[in-house]
Design a protein around this ligand. Structure first.
Ligand SMILES: C[S@@+](CC[C@H](N)C(=O)[O-])C[C@H]1O[C@@H](n2cnc3c(N)ncnc32)[C@H](O)[C@@H]1O
Length: 113
């Protein structure tokens, strides 16, 4: 049976292309349909905010990958005063690539060693 991967925040499908090349089926979730020239998402795309998804949508999944937007975090790592002055949470402008809330059952990571 062909394994199924779920690609959350799939964008144009960087993860998806790897899975497809290895013979997997993939379903991608994103809030936008990204099209750049001839490039578009190469598998089944579900247009949905990941904050509204339910686990039953993945009941047949063998793998779930997620690569949430990171621009705000990368910006904060820059040495500019303006970046350092950003508030510690919710740095994204409202309505555009909002930071993702932690899953309800998330626990803090254990310190390594
Ligand atoms: C880092 S990019 C994804 C890159 C992609 N995984 C790849 O391998 O090419 C982040 C993506 O998250 C999407 N996104 C942002 N907020 C989202 C949300 N709340 N629900 C679903 N997708 C979201 C953006 O539209 C964007 O395509």
């Amino acid at each position: 049976m062909t394994p199924l991967a779920i690609d959350l925040f799939c964008g144009l499908g960087g993860w998806t292309q790897g899975f497809l090349a290895e013979g997997w089926d993939v379903i991608g979730f994103d809030i936008e349909r990204h099209i750049y020239g001839d490039h578009r998402y190469p598998a089944q795309l579900v247009l949905q905010d990941v904050r509204t998804i339910h686990g039953r949508q993945f009941k047949d999944a063998d793998m779930i990958v997620a690569s949430s937007p990171c621009q705000e975090f990368s910006y904060r790592a820059m040495p500019w005063k303006r970046a350092k002055a950003l508030p510690s949470r919710n740095v994204a402008p409202p309505g555009r690539n909002p930071p993702c809330p932690a899953p309800r059952n998330a626990r803090p990571a254990s310190p390594s060693r």
